[in-house]
Ligand binder design. Sequence first.
Ligand SMILES: NC(=O)c1ccc[n+]([C@@H]2O[C@H](COP(=O)([O-])OP(=O)(O)OC[C@H]3O[C@@H](n4cnc5c(N)ncnc54)[C@H](OP(=O)(O)O)[C@@H]3O)[C@@H](O)[C@H]2O)c1
Length: 234
Amino acid sequence: MTTALITGGTSGIGRATAHLFSRRGATVIVTGRDETRGQAVAAETGGRFIQADLAVPEDVRRLAAEAGEVDVLVNNAGYWELGPTADTTEAGFEAMNAVNVRAPFFLTAALAPPMAARGHGAIVNVSTMVAARGAAGMAAYGASKAALEALTRSWAAEFGPAGVRVNAVALGPSRTEVTQSMGDLLDTLAAASPLGRANEPDEVAQVIAYLAGEDARPITGAVLAVDAGRVATL
Ligand SMILES: NC(=O)c1ccc[n+]([C@@H]2O[C@H](COP(=O)([O-])OP(=O)(O)OC[C@H]3O[C@@H](n4cnc5c(N)ncnc54)[C@H](OP(=O)(O)O)[C@@H]3O)[C@@H](O)[C@H]2O)c1
């Protein structure tokens, strides 16, 4: 049976991904800071919740140790502080890089080698269209996710020969808890794409599950745009 560790599984896209993996028979481990939401998702999916703050290196090490052997790692947790470059604090910059780059790096460092030793495994990293296209107010966030996309390609090269695939999804506007507060702005942003729509969390989960699953066995090192065609077009 497949065991999947999903970071940021307490909310939004991560929670939808946990539910989908569970419906498909996987053993699910979710992680996040929020004990109440995490325990709820664990109960709903018949899985396990491990509380961890991914901005804290010790928590990342403990999470990897407590998760044990996993077949699928979804590096979904993300953190962003948006605003002009001149207003970005060093603490905010570091927090984005801690959660969006350092935590996936060291989780993968701990969990991919055992996958490689077993000869199979899949990692899916959750990025944003802002990694590939400039957006005012999103410089530090976009740069952190661009680093995650670079890691995706390097890990594909490093772990592919041992049978471990590593891919990413680059999301357009998606309707989750964090974007609820944006109100109409989410739909305005989504309207700029050819399909003119925002992603629903379950739709993103389906793509993540595809990349993690056997149907995607020829695919590694890919960054798949899940953005209603936004970055592919003028
Ligand atoms: N929604 C969008 O429009 C959109 C667009 C492009 C990319 N994305 C990416 O999609 C991913 C999921 O976002 P979402 O929209 O589903 O957001 P969300 O509903 O706010 O979920 C974010 C998740 O990340 C976890 N997280 C954040 N900081 C953490 C930390 N320090 N330690 C541990 N967990 C932490 C949160 O868990 P706790 O609260 O329990 O700590 C939560 O489960 C992110 O990587 C985001 O960058 C989203």
